[in-house]
Design a protein around this ligand. Structure first.
Ligand SMILES: Cc1cc2nc3c(=O)[nH]c(=O)nc-3n(C[C@H](O)[C@H](O)[C@H](O)COP(=O)(O)OP(=O)(O)OC[C@H]3O[C@@H](n4cnc5c(N)ncnc54)[C@H](O)[C@@H]3O)c2cc1C
Length: 260
């Protein structure tokens, strides 16, 4: 199953999406195009955000085998094991019972979905950073320069220590956010802090890991350059930094503070 929310003109600002679904009898008819959908070419169904005239935003579960669906693969820099693409809907019939929840709840579903995927992706960022650190340590223990192992140089040891601290910060943020979610007590500001930091720290850790590999970090035959490419994709999946900071600031200052 894939999540199809974003569109080419409306990525972060989903309130102006143009995909529409019109209810005729017991079926919706869906029309529009979704952008940057993970697993687009593999998914059996798409959770699709759209506007329904007179109903507001709704989410539909759209089965892939329906007529009128076209998938357009897109190549991306990292996470190459996960296919990516756009999805076109042309008058696709969707049974009424495939609507999730009630009319007008679409944005609430987006919000909930982003909580869950934000947490899942923070965990993915944590694991990716941990993997990069382990590979960098292994390399530093093996590679010799100036008659010493890299792991004996203080500059390298400090890099490894900084990376370990970054990873522990992500670990504690992610675990705390996950515990709060499990208890039904998600603090949205804290979750955005987790998403923001998990992405920033991942990119920093992976950058240092590449540096420890020197020129070998840049070549495909070493299993480290893909961490760099994946890190950028994972950070994007965590949501844009600007969006997370806006959420944090709005919670700190109050929803009307920007208008005052
Ligand atoms: C790897 C990856 C996986 C994805 N997976 C999915 C998926 O499965 N399903 C799905 O629906 N979408 C997915 N997306 C799409 C993703 O949700 C959008 O890319 C994201 O919301 C940003 O939208 P955009 O790319 O149109 O950028 P834009 O909205 O054009 O933003 C461009 C830049 O401007 C900044 N910006 C925008 N508005 C403001 C503002 N008001 N104030 C300050 N800065 C602002 C943004 O933060 C960003 O840095 C994925 C994207 C990537 C890269």
């Amino acid at each position: 199953m894939s999540i199809a929310f974003a569109e080419s003109e409306d990525g972060q600002d989903l309130s102006s999406i143009s995909t529409v679904s019109e209810l005729r009898g017991e079926e919706y008819f869906l029309h529009g195009r979704k952008r940057f959908v993970l697993n687009a070419t593999l998914a059996d169904s798409f959770i699709t955000l759209c506007k329904a005239p007179g109903e507001g935003w709704i989410t539909l579960i759209v089965e892939r085998q329906q007529d009128g669906i076209a998938v357009y693969p897109i190549e991306k820099m990292g996470l190459r094991m996960i296919p990516f693409g756009d999805i076109g809907f042309s008058e696709v019939p969707v049974p009424l019972e495939s609507r999730i929840g009630n009319t007008g709840e679409g944005m609430a579903h987006v919000h909930h979905c982003r909580q869950v995927t934000g947490l899942r992706t923070a965990a993915q960022a944590l694991g990716t950073a941990q993997g990069a650190l382990e590979r960098a340590m292994q390399h530093a223990r093996q590679r010799e320069q100036f008659g010493k192992k890299l792991s004996q140089f203080q500059a390298i040891r400090h890099k490894l220590a900084d990376m370990a601290v970054d990873i522990e910060v992500t670990r504690w943020l992610t675990y705390k956010a996950a515990i709060e979610y499990d208890r039904g007590k998600t603090d949205h500001g804290f979750l955005s802090m987790t998403r923001l930091e998990a992405g920033r720290k991942l990119v920093r850790v992976v950058d240092e890991a590449l540096q420890i590999f020197g020129g070998y970090g840049y070549i495909a035959e070493q299993a480290i350059e893909h961490y760099f490419r994946d890190a950028w994709a994972i950070r994007a999946e965590l949501g844009t930094e600007e969006d997370q900071k806006d959420i944090i600031a709005e919670i700190m200052l109050g929803p009307d503070s920007i208008k005052k």
